[in-house]
Design a protein around this ligand. Structure first.
Ligand code: HXC
Length: 264
């Protein structure tokens, strides 16, 4: 898919994408790179990270893999330090995309299962953002440093067998607003993107196995699922000078899926 944005819109910017070695995170890293940013991508598995960096490099993108876990403050701090060492002071774009999820009824979900998803999604977003804050403050981007938290729509109302992820993503949205409030004076913008059903993702495979046609039938916008590209374009926009006055917002990119109701 061709981008509607100028290819140099993020030139000279440095970006860090957690969970950037696969799925939506990788497409976000790719599009940030294709628009001029140098990108660090984090992930837990070295082989997957190496393959992602090679794929990005093959498209002419300057990318580096950052191995570790968003549940570790040491990992998050180390990633930021290594990017500043490599590309100089300041971080311009942080995308918190790392997430964990599975389907489980509330009665089958163990407290540790609930905690694990909270720790990856919510605490991971906080830990990473906090670790990046000093470098985000050092950004010289004229439109301010940009943090984008990848959220979801399953917590608007409620979603079957998603008590853990819904709680975690609600908290991520709340954190987006709190950080926007506190970090505005430092020129750091904090927004969210809430994807709906996105084709070809782990989320769809795990959360709606074999239900593609039904899911599509509930998407008001042309009964089509979103593409990873749609989410990446929202992140490019929010990280670009076009969004210089946008902060504390969560942009829903879901074809109006969350508000679907059957026709009467
Ligand atoms: C019930 C489960 C479970 C399952 C794990 N647990 N999988 N419970 N059903 N399918 C429980 C375990 O039993 C354990 O609790 C606890 O969770 C921790 O499990 P671990 O395997 O030790 O955790 P870990 O190795 O850290 O793995 C985390 C994970 C894993 C979330 C379970 O799947 C993961 O990291 N996945 C990352 C990739 C991913 O899922 N991406 C999809 C994101 S989709 P006990 O009590 O037994 O010790 C997404 C989209 C949202 O976020 C929006 C969609 C529209």
């Amino acid at each position: 898919m061709e981008s509607p944005f100028k290819p140099e819109i993020l030139k000279n910017r440095v970006a860090l994408v957690t969970g950037g070695s696969s799925g939506i995170g990788l497409e976000i890293a790719r599009q940030l790179g294709l628009h001029g940013a140098r990108v660090g991508i984090s992930g837990r598995r070295k082989d997957v990270l190496d393959a992602a960096v090679a794929a990005l490099a093959a498209e002419g993108i300057t990318a580096v893999g950052l191995q570790g876990d968003v549940r570790s403050a040491a990992s998050c701090e180390g990633w930021v330090a290594s990017l500043e060492e490599r590309w100089g002071p300041g971080l311009d774009v942080l995308v918190n995309c790392a997430a964990g999820n599975f389907l489980a009824t509330a009665e089958e979900l163990t407290p540790n299962g609930f905690k694990t998803v909270m720790e990856i999604d919510t605490l991971g977003t906080f830990t990473m953002s906090r670790a990046a804050f000093p470098a985000l403050r050092r950004s010289t981007s004229p439109s301010g440093a940009s943090v984008v938290n990848i959220s979801a729509t399953l917590q608007y109302g409620a979603t079957w067998w998603q008590a853990h992820a819904s709680a975690a993503k609600s908290a991520v949205d709340s954190l987006t607003r709190s950080l926007a409030l506190e970090w505005g004076e430092f020129g750091v913008r904090v927004n969210g993107v809430a994807p709906g059903p996105i084709d070809g993702t782990a989320g769809m495979e795990k959360l709606a196995p074999g239900a593609k046609e039904f899911v599509q039938s509930t998407i008001p916008l042309r009964n089509q699922m979103g593409r990873k590209w749609d989410i990446a374009m929202a992140v490019v926009y929010l990280s670009s000078p076009a969004a210089a006055f946008v902060t504390g917002d969560v942009l829903v990119v879901d074809g109006a899926a969350w508000m679907w109701k059957p026709k009467l």
